[in-house]
Design a protein around this ligand. Structure first.
Ligand code: BES
Ligand code: ZN
Ligand code: ZN
Length: 495
């Protein structure tokens, strides 16, 4: 999809469809909308009267051959109340319009921005919305569902800011394409994305965009004594890998923070000997969503060039119930030297992250963010609405939540009280891999990882319920979402 600024008056741009948005309330037909209404000789006012055009969030009203416009269609998208509106809402508006119009065979679309949103933030949000909406899970379908929109003109923007707008479009493209890159990985079935294949995909991407890359194979992993990762991997015939991606700024500042991104890369989670029920087990191909998130974030950072170093560590393995698989009750020694009593082999994500976090610290990171499809419990707490965000110290987490806000991703701070730490004490080892007692599963999982992050500022994102959606949204195809990438990228750019 080509996306470019167009400084012509909107009415004279030829296209299959012109899209703009309408606010809910008495001001529905003000400003630009009043002008369009005049060229429709009051047609829009009539739609308001009939109740067809209310401006409610994401309402769609399509007019064919609108008078006074060169475009063949006019699509009005509801934007909700003006007071509640934020520039970031343009992502959903543009995405909803694109998904609606592409299913109607539209090839050339114009997105007309309104009076309040003519700057770089708006251009970036629209670009992200359009490109994220483009993604479909049809890679393995012989007949593709929809034809793609070929080009979008952005109209109504502040022409005086041409350079800033063009770089905002470029930034939006990098971020959205990185999000889609991750979504493609998350979608891959486990027979087409083993730990080795995930490593190869990450390596190829890194070489293409100029990131440093190192793949640790099973021999190296053994040499490093990554006992927690190896314990999970031993039930599978597929060997594990640790993927390391590095971004270095051109002129590194001495004493600057080094951000560590750690992603759970379980390419399939059967549960191991504590095997999962068959219902929905096929979904466990997306248990590498955390790793994909970090790979996607690194791809974006390679283009956006933050001023700090970033090192991503993705431990990748299958969790299988093979003859050599670990068993409940086994005690494992993690790379850090801590001993782990394995109560449930299905709590494998925290084990692979334990060694991922330890290794990232060994590589010199000063701050950590991990992302993982870690617990079913996070779905109980937050449904698929928010990412569960844990972290210490609290100020570090708050700083991250600010980035989530500006990236338009819903994240909710979760508790890290010491009572949860009590619940992962073991009778025979340093810690156990599940919480004793009832409830708090997302927090005990987080505490397990913190046992390895220790005093390093650390954030844990539990994306188990948000990394994949079973129902499509008007602006997003069902399946992998690529959630958290935008927030992580925003955070890395500001750290
Ligand atoms: N990969 C799962 C978590 C998960 C569940 C991700 C649903 C996506 C959708 C994780 O490895 C797991 O099985 N967690 C267990 C932990 C429990 C045994 C303490 C869980 O949440 O049930
Ligand atoms: Zn599991
Ligand atoms: Zn898992």
């Amino acid at each position: 999809m080509r996306i470019q600024l167009d400084s012509q008056p909107y009415a004279s741009i030829q296209a299959d469809a012109l899209v703009t948005y309408v606010f809910d309330g008495d001001n529905r037909l003000d400003g630009l909308l009043a002008d369009i209404d005049r060229s429709q000789t009051g047609g829009l006012a009539a739609l308001v009267t009939s109740g067809e055009l209310t401006g409610k969030a994401l309402e769609l009203v399509l007019l064919h051959y609108p008078q006074g416009l060169e475009a063949k269609r006019l699509l009005l998208v509801g934007a909700g109340k003006r007071e509640k509106f934020a520039v970031g809402d343009l992502r959903k508006i543009a995405g909803t319009a694109a998904r609606y119009l592409k299913s109607r065979g539209v090839k050339k679309m114009v997105f007309l921005t309104r009076e309040g949103e003519r700057g770089a933030d708006a251009a970036q949000a629209v670009t992200e919305g359009l490109l994220v909406a483009e993604f479909e899970s049809d890679k393995y379908r012989s007949e593709k569902k929809n034809k793609a929109i070929e080009s979008v003109s952005l109209a109504g923007f502040d022409n005086g800011q041409g350079d800033a707008l063009n770089s905002a479009i470029e930034r939006g493209r990098v971020i959205a394409e990185s999000q889609n890159f991750a979504r493609d990985l998350i979608n891959e079935p486990s027979n087409r994305l083993t730990p080795r294949m995930l490593a190869a995909r990450a390596e190829a991407m890194a070489k293409e965009v100029g990131l440093g890359v190192e793949i640790l194979d099973d021999r190296k992993i053994t040499e490093l004594k990554m006992g927690a990762l190896l314990a999970v991997a031993q039930g599978s015939v597929e060997p594990p890998r640790v993927i390391v991606l590095r971004y270095e700024p051109l002129t590194p500042r001495p004493g600057a923070p080094v951000l560590g991104l750690v992603g759970k890369g379980v390419t399939f989670d059967t549960g191991g000997i504590s095997i999962k029920p068959a219902d929905n087990m096929e979904k466990m191909k997306y248990d590498m969503g955390g790793a994909a998130t970090m790979i996607g974030a690194m791809r974006a950072l390679a283009f956006l060039k933050p001023s700090i170093s970033v090192i991503a560590v993705m431990p990748a393995t299958e969790n299988m119930p093979g003859g050599r698989a670990q068993k409940p009750g086994d005690v494992q020694v993690a790379m850090s030297g801590k001993t782990i009593e394995v109560i449930n082999t299905d709590a494998e994500g925290r084990m692979v992250l334990a060694d991922g976090v330890t290794y990232a610290k060994k590589l010199g990171v000063t701050h950590i963010i991990d992302a993982a499809t870690l617990t079913g419990a996070i779905q109980v707490a937050l449904a698929n609405v928010h990412v569960g965000a844990f972290g210490t110290p609290r100020e570090y987490l708050d700083q991250f939540l600010e980035s989530a806000k500006s990236a338009g991703e819903k994240m909710w701070p979760m508790p890290m009280d010491e009572e949860f730490q009590e619940m992962i004490k073991s009778n025979i080892a340093d810690i156990r891999n599940t919480g004793s007692g009832k409830g708090g599963g997302a927090s005990t999982g987080a505490w397990f990882i913190k046992e390895f992050a220790e005093e390093t500022p650390w954030i844990h994102l539990d994306i188990a319920a948000t990394c994949w959606v079973d129902e499509g949204r008007p602006w997003l195809a069902k399946g992998p979402t690529g959630v958290a990438i935008r927030s992580i990228v925003d955070f890395a750019m500001k750290l």
